[in-house]
Design a protein around this ligand. Structure first.
Ligand code: AMP
Ligand code: ZN
Length: 472
C-alpha cells in the first residue's frame, strides 16, 4: 500500500507520488531565531520529523531543507536592543535550537540555510518579478508583489481575496503589509534607520532587507529547485506566508511550486494556541528543568495526529512518561532475554502482524494512534511470550529487531549515550575497580556479565565505557 498524505491545497488525502520515485524534496519552514523556540513550535518540527522518518522507513531518500529566519523585524529588534550584531544575536538562538532538536531526537535536515546567506538570490528573484511587471517599487523605495496579477491567490487557504484582505487588515505583522495596498505584500523593505539601525543590504532599489516570505521562496529554489515535493509548516503559516510563497515562486519560476502541502495543527494551552504573544508558552528547557525528559515531551507531541489540535497539560506529560516507561521496560527485558532465553519456540506471527499494522497505519496519512497501537500490541504479546519462558533466543531477537525498526520512525527509545541502565553502569564501575586492583579474573567475569545484559565494554585511549550491542 503506498503512502497517502493529506494535501492542504486539494483538501483531500492523496496517494504520495514524488517527482523522483526514489527521493523526496522537502522544504520545512524553520524557526525565527530571536528567542528560544517553545514546544508549540516543536510540535510542528516533531510532526515533520515523523513524516521524514516515515518516508525513510518506506524506502525513500529524503532531502530536507529547513530555513533559519535570521533577518526580520524581531531578530533586528533583538540585536539592536542588545547592542550587538545580528549574526551574534541570532547565533545564540540558532545554537539553542540545534540543542533542542537533539533533545527531542529530531533527525537533522540535510540543509539549514540562513536567510542572510541568500540575499543576492533574493534580490535576483525580486528583479525577475519586477521585469515580469508582477511587482512594483513604491514611493518609499520598498518593493511590493502585485497580488492581483496572481490568479490563484487563495487557492491554498481556500479563502477569496476579499476575505483575505479582511484578514490581512486584522493582522499587524509588520513584515506582511506595506502602505499602498493592504493586500500587496512586501518583497524588499527599504532601510529605516530608526527601525533597523545599521542592518541593511544593497539592492538596485536602495539599501534595505528582504521581506519574510521571499526568504523561503529563494532558499527552496536555491537548494531544491523550482518544484519541490512537500512543503510543510504549522497551520498558521497557510495564510499569508505560504500563499505568498506560492505567488512569488510560481510567478517567478513559471512552474508549480510544491506538489503537496503538509500543515500541522496547533499545540494549545487551555484551548488557546501556545504562542509567545499570548505568553502561555513553555520552552523545552523549562520542561527539562522541571524534570521531564526529551523523550517524554517527544512522545506527547507525537502521540496525537498531526492534523488534530493537541491541548497541552502537565497530566498528559505524566501519562507520556508512563507510556514511555512501558516501552523502555520491554526493551530492557528483550535485551536481557536475548541471552537468558533457553526455550526453542519462535515468536510466531506477532512480529509480522505488528509490522503490517504499523506500516499500514503510517501509510494512511501518518495515523500515529494506530501505529502506537501496533507497538503496544507487540509489547503485550511479546511480554506474554516471554512470561511463558518457552521462546528461543532467536525469537527474542526477532521481537527486538521489530521494536528497533519501529523506533527508527518513533525515536522513543533511549539514544546510545543515555541508554545504559543503572544496573549495567554499576557492573561497569565494579569492573573498573577490579582492574584498578589488578584483579583480572573478576574484571573478565564482570565484562561477561555486562555482555549477557546486552552491552559491550570498550577500553579505549580516552578510558573505558559501555555501550549497547544493538544500537540503531
Ligand atoms: P516561528 O518561529 O514563529 O516562525 O514558527 C516556527 C514553526 O512553529 C512554524 O511552522 C509555526 O507554524 C509553528 N508553530 C508556532 N506556534 C505553534 C503552535 N502553538 N503549535 C504548533 N506549531 C506552532
Ligand atoms: Zn517559510
Amino acid at each position: 500500500m503506498p503512502l497517502k498524505l493529506f494535501d492542504t491545497k486539494e483538501r483531500t488525502i492523496k496517494p504520495f507520488v514524488p517527482q523522483d520515485p526514489k527521493s523526496v524534496k522537502m522544504y520545512t519552514c524553520g524557526p525565527t531565531v530571536y528567542d528560544y523556540a517553545h514546544i508549540g513550535n516543536f510540535r510542528t518540527f516533531v510532526a515533520e520529523d515523523l513524516l521524514r522518518r516515515t518516508l525513510k522507513h518506506l524506502g525513500y531518500g529524503v532531502f530536507q531543507v529547513m530555513n533559519l529566519t535570521d533577518v526580520d523585524d524581531k531578530t533586528i529588534k533583538g540585536a539592536l536592543q542588545e547592542n550587538t550584531t545580528l549574526a551574534a544575536f541570532t547565533q545564540r538562538y540558532t545554537d539553542a535550537f540545534f540543542d533542542d532538536l537533539k533533545t527531542l531526537s529530531i533527525d537533522p535536515a540535510e540543509a539549514y540555510p540562513k536567510a542572510t546567506d541568500y540575499i543576492p538570490q533574493m534580490v535576483e528573484m525580486i528583479r525577475t518579478l519586477l521585469e515580469k511587471k508582477l511587482a512594483y517599487v513604491s514611493n518609499d523605495g520598498s518593493v511590493y508583489f502585485k497580488l492581483d496579477t496572481f490568479p490563484c491567490y487563495g487557492c491554498l487557504s481556500h479563502l477569496n481575496l476579499e476575505e483575505l484582505q479582511l484578514n490581512a487588515s486584522e493582522r499587524t505583522r509588520m513584515d506582511d503589509y506595506g502602505k499602498e495596498h493592504i493586500s500587496d505584500f512586501v518583497l524588499w523593505k527599504r532601510h529605516e534607520r530608526d527601525r533597523d539601525g545599521d542592518i541593511s543590504w544593497p539592492s538596485p532599489w536602495g539599501e534595505g532587507r528582504p521581506g519574510w516570505h521571499i526568504e523561503c521562496s529563494v532558499m527552496a529554489k536555491g537548494l531544491l529547485g523550482n518544484t519541490i515535493d512537500i512543503h510543510a509548516g504549522g497551520v498558521d503559516l497557510i495564510f499569508p506566508h505560504h500563499e505568498n510563497e506560492i505567488a512569488q515562486s510560481e510567478s517567478a519560476n513559471g512552474v508549480l511550486f510544491s506538489k503537496y502541502w503538509f500543515h500541522v495543527e496547533h499545540l494549545l494551552v487551555d484551548h488557546k494556541k501556545m504562542s509567545k504573544s499570548l505568553g502561555n508558552f513553555y520552552t523545552l528547557r523549562t520542561l527539562i528543568e522541571k524534570g521531564f525528559s526529551g523523550k517524554a515531551i517527544r512522545y506527547l507531541l507525537l502521540s496525537v495526529h498531526y492534523r488534530s489540535q493537541l491541548n497541552f497539560t502537565k497530566g498528559s506529560l505524566e501519562a507520556s512518561n508512563q507510556a514511555l516507561a512501558r516501552i523502555n521496560d520491554f526493551h530492557q527485558r528483550l535485551l536481557r532475554s536475548q541471552n537468558e532465553a533457553t526455550g526453542s519456540e519462535s515468536s510466531g506471527d506477532i512480529c509480522s502482524k505488528a509490522k503490517i499494522h504499523f506500516d499500514e497505519a503510517l501509510q494512511e496519512d501518518l495515523n500515529i494512534s494506530e501505529a502506537l497501537a501496533a507497538l503496544f500490541e507487540l509489547i503485550r504479546e511479546g511480554n506474554s511470550l516471554l512470561d511463558k519462558k518457552t521462546i528461543s533466543p532467536q525469537g527474542v531477537k526477532e521481537i527486538l529487531d521489530t521494536l528497533l525498526t519501529f523506533d527508527t520512525v518513533l525515536a522513543l527509545l533511549p539514544t546510545a549515550q543515555n541508554s545504559v541502565p543503572e544496573e549495567v553502569l554499576k557492573l561497569h564501575q565494579a569492573r573498573q575497580d577490579a582492574r584498578g586492583k589488578k584483579d583480572f579474573a573478576q574484571s573478565d567475569a564482570l565484562r561477561q556479565k555486562i555482555s549477557e545484559l546486552g552491552f559491550i565494554v570498550e577500553d579505549g585511549p580516552k578510558g573505558s565505557y559501555v555501550k549497547p550491542k544493538s544500537t540503531h
